[in-house]
Design a protein around this ligand. Structure first.
Ligand code: 5AD
Ligand code: SF4
Length: 453
């Protein structure tokens, strides 16, 4: 008889991880799990079983932090119920609030985004009245040698961080303070990770950075061999034509023609650019310190579409930034109508302590008015998404099958290269297979397709 090992070894401490915020954070949680597994921890999806409860947190807007405070209250109940439970707050909120997280909150460990290697040491050093904290930011840390332990269920798409931090200092944004200065990761380690994922059956990787266009690897030994983002993209695309490559996030001031032409050259580089505009008003863009204006943004969109006519373009929009007039708001709406984004993430401005905007400009658009403008933006985007999807009717796409459709488990779903979600009948495909579909009808969120096989 073969010896069947239990799925979770009861002798090993168990860690439960909740992740908030962006894709970078999702990938960071995978790095954390890798570090903790090497220290003997096993992952549990059941908080009631965990010896270590970690929240990998986000500070981007106040409501993100409020949600996490609510969760910390829940975690504390676990400590009341059981012995041997530690609570750790890691990530952006840990970096922003530092030891303020320890004041009367029953938190045992606080670790910022650059201090995950120290987690096993911090955990070991915790005593009942001695919580542990490490919020040192680094100019070098990229976790380049760590193989993230994938926590996704499907085994098809994975994130690879290619850089960390951000040097842009947009006036509304807390990220430069929580994630520190920008640094790029050694391209060879990125290629190795992508190759490894492909060998393990993954079919799609997303290269992640706060501003991927400013990726630049400088090799001290061979200064003529600098690698920029377009070159990195090409190197990853060459791994295998069946490995799809995506990337996020692009910055309108930095996205280069070289990147656009590289995308056009390789069928397996997905034709989708997430290009946050934030506002359609040049006055607001100046105050936001975005370093481009409305015209520049529209020119970049024209360039993308002239080289890649079918490129998906999505965006982020902020409603009600400091001093935003009704005219500025109209400028955002008119830009959205002009571009017809495929989809957008839309937010009401949330003042973040310590940012340039919080020091320089009053947060003077009343909450109700911000919400009204946001709702107007959301309603318009709904119409634009529908319009953008309607022009796909009759077109054929190659999609990567993700699994059963959420709404109708008898059907399959998967994304086209332009990142649009397609739903189609199964011809027996498995997650990770490619198939061809034809768009028959649409909603604002989905392309409803026939399956051509
Ligand atoms: N308030 C509202 N939205 C914000 N974002 C970043 N900072 C803020 C803020 N203070 C949005 C931007 C960014 C996205 C990740 O979050 O649109 O692109
Ligand atoms: Fe990601 Fe920004 Fe939130 Fe940090 S603050 S988790 S970088 S979205």
């Amino acid at each position: 008889m073969t010896d069947i090992k239990p799925i979770i070894d009861p002798t090993k401490p168990k860690v439960y991880i909740e992740t908030y915020g962006c894709q970078m954070n999702v990938n960071d949680s995978e790095v954390i799990l890798s570090i903790l597994q090497n220290a003997g921890y096993v992952l549990t999806e059941d908080m009631d079983q965990a010896n270590l409860i970690l929240a990998n947190t986000c500070s981007i807007r106040d409501n993100a932090e409020q949600r996490i405070w609510g969760r910390i209250d829940q975690f504390k109940l676990q400590k009341k119920k059981r012995d041997n439970v530690l609570i750790g707050i890691v990530g952006c909120m840990a970096e922003r609030l530092k030891d303020r997280l320890l004041d009367g909150h029953d938190v045992d460990i606080v670790a910022g985004p650059d201090s995950y290697r120290s987690l096993p040491g911090l955990i070991a050093a915790v005593r009942p009245d001695s919580p542990q904290i490490n919020v040192m930011l680094s100019h070098e840390e990229t976790y380049a040698d760590i193989s993230p332990v994938r926590m996704d269920k499907n085994g098809i798409s994975a994130f690879i961080s290619i850089m960390r931090g951000c040097n842009n200092v947009c006036s509304y944004c807390v990220v430069p303070y929580t994630r520190g200065a920008e640094r790029s990761r050694d391209p060879q380690t990125i290629l190795n990770e992508a190759q490894q994922l492909f060998e393990n059956g993954y079919k799609e990787i997303t290269l992640l950075g706060q501003n991927v266009d400013s990726y630049l690897w400088k090799d001290a030994q061979t200064p003529d061999k600098d690698v920029n983002f377009a070159q990195l993209l090409e190197m990853v695309a060459k791994i295998d034509p069946d490995l799809r490559v995506r990337f996020s996030t692009s910055h309108p001031k930095d996205i280069s023609d070289e990147v656009i032409y590289t995308m056009a050259m390789y069928p397996n580089i997905c034709k989708h650019i997430h290009l946050p505009v934030q506002s359609g008003s040049s006055v607001m863009l100046e105050k936001m310190r975005r370093k481009y204006d409305r015209e520049w943004y529209l020119e970049r969109v024209r360039k993308i579409r002239s080289v890649i006519p079918d490129c998906g373009i999505t965006t982020d929009v902020i409603a009600g930034f400091c001093g935003e007039t009704l005219q500025d708001h109209q400028d955002t709406l008119s830009l959205m109508e002009e571009v017809v984004f495929d989809s957008a993430f839309m937010f009401a401005y949330s003042e973040r302590p310590g940012t340039l905007a919080s020091r320089k400009y009053p947060d003077d658009i009343p909450y109700q008015e911000k919400t009204r403008r946001l709702n107007e933006i959301i309603a318009l985007q709904g119409r634009m998404s529908l319009k953008s999807n309607e022009k796909e009717i009759g077109k054929e796409f190659r999609v990567l099958v993700e699994g059963p459709s959420k709404k109708n488990p008898d059907e399959l779903c998967g994304r086209a290269s332009n990142n649009k979600m397609c739903v189609f009948p199964s011809l027996g495909e498995k997650p990770g297979d490619y198939t061809h579909v034809k768009v028959e009808s649409v909603t604002s969120a989905t392309l409803i397709c026939s399956n051509l096989g």
